[in-house]
Design a protein around this ligand. Structure first.
Ligand code: NAP
Ligand code: ZN
Ligand code: ZN
Length: 349
């Protein structure tokens, strides 16, 4: 018999999320059952729920930054036992045989990875995410949460953390490199912390100076307001990497102008509209534009170990499930410092 879970679901693109009951499948031999303790609110949850990326299937339970404890394991599960502190991120399946999957980059599976919510899985069911009291998933997609990480603060690492860690590593952020991060939100603040921990000199480009003190405390060396032309113009150019985490569309020429000769502008934000930049801004001084989507399973586990070792912690505001809709409004208004995390125990009464 499948088990039931209490969850928060969006009934449609326009209606607020509301409490509901969903079912979780019976454990297969490779499955792990998890009691969810915390679920982060990613801006992608909001884009999806509001049907900005389309098509969304309702009712929709979002949430792909999940931490909790193992409650049961299937017969073939090794490496996880009842009581373990674990996490689930953005993926719950992929083909596992294509070149990308074999290379450990399941996130770029050639057949498309199966997302933790809003995707039809191999059982023919639409996946339902982590704003819920439990989840059942194949062991391959389960992460061990290092003891040094707080379970609530660890949850956002499973999307926001890996999404910034992976491109910083891929494009070589480290000692001697200059990295600029656009947008100090969920992804942005972890991008700053990971780039600092990797040894880069980091600059924050935020809409205003309202979070400047925080950005500098997180280890950034410089902080500029993009809305103030005079301040922005004073920003020293020549960044090896500029990482754009902004959820809305920006006129990119202004930011491409910051990239060093041969440097890279990396897009991780997923605004609804197509990117806006000119060929002029791209050709001189020989820039590259790159993009990156979360990270593979092995790299995600590596990122968790790195965060534990280097003290990279998400800055969170823990909320009850009845505050999810209000939190969505605050995220959209860039009023989050720096990730909302749902205390899933609040769904258990
Ligand atoms: P978030 O917490 O809302 O952060 C976005 C930040 O962008 C805001 O805090 C704000 O920073 C800035 N911003 C927002 N609106 C802006 C505007 N109109 N003009 C200029 N700056 C603006 O969101 P998030 O969870 O970090 O996600 C960011 C984006 O990445 C979303 O589009 C999300 O879907 C996407 N995403 C992509 C991946 C991937 O795999 N590539 C993974 C997760 C999320 P300031 O206030 O500092 O300006
Ligand atoms: Zn996400
Ligand atoms: Zn594949």
């Amino acid at each position: 018999m499948p088990t039931t879970a209490t969850a928060y679901a969006a009934p449609s693109a326009k209606a607020p999320l509301a409490r509901t009951t969903i079912s979780r499948r019976d454990l297969t031999a490779d499955d792990v059952a998890i009691d969810i303790a915390y679920a982060g609110i990613c801006h992608s949850d909001i884009h999806t729920v509001r049907d900005e990326w389309g098509p969304a299937t309702y009712p929709l339970v979002p949430g792909h930054e999940i931490t909790g404890h193992v409650t049961a394991v299937g017969a073939d599960v090794s490496g996880f036992a009842v009581g373990d502190r674990v996490g689930v991120g953005v993926m719950v399946d992929s083909c596992r045989t294509c070149a990308a999957c074999r290379a450990g980059e399941e996130n770029y599976c050639e057949l498309g990875m199966i997302g933790t919510y809003n995707v039809v899985d191999k059982y023919g069911e639409v996946t339902q995410g982590g704003y819920a009291t439990s989840i059942v998933t194949d062991q391959h997609w389960v992460y061990a949460i290092p003891d040094a990480l707080d379970l609530a603060a660890a949850a956002p690492l499973l999307c926001a953390g890996i999404t910034t860690y992976s491109p910083l590593k891929y494009w070589g952020a480290g000692p001697g490199t200059r990295v600029a991060v656009i947008g100090l939100g969920g992804l942005g603040h972890l991008g700053v912390k990971f780039a600092v921990a990797l040894g880069a000199e980091v600059t924050v480009l935020s809409q205003s100076l309202s979070k400047q003190e925080d950005g500098l405390r997180m280890g950034a060396a410089h902080y500029y307001a993009t809305s103030d032309e005079a301040t922005f113009t004073s920003c020293e150019r020549g960044f090896d990497l500029v990482v754009n985490t902004v959820s809305a569309n920006l006129e990119l020429d202004k930011y491409l102008g910051l990239v060093a000769r041969g440097g890279t502008f990396i897009e991780v934000g997923l605004p609804v509209e197509a990117l806006d930049f000119s060929a002029d801004a791209l050709i001189n001084p020989r820039l590259s534009i790159g993009g990156s989507m979360i990270g593979g399973v092995a790299e995600t586990q590596e990122m968790l170990e790195f965060a534990a070792e280097h003290g990279v912690a998400t800055e969170i505001e823990v909320i009850g499930a009845d505050q999810i809709n209000e939190a969505y409004e605050r995220v959209v208004a860039s009023d989050v410092r720096y990730r909302f995390v749902i205390d899933v125990n609040s769904m258990r009464d």
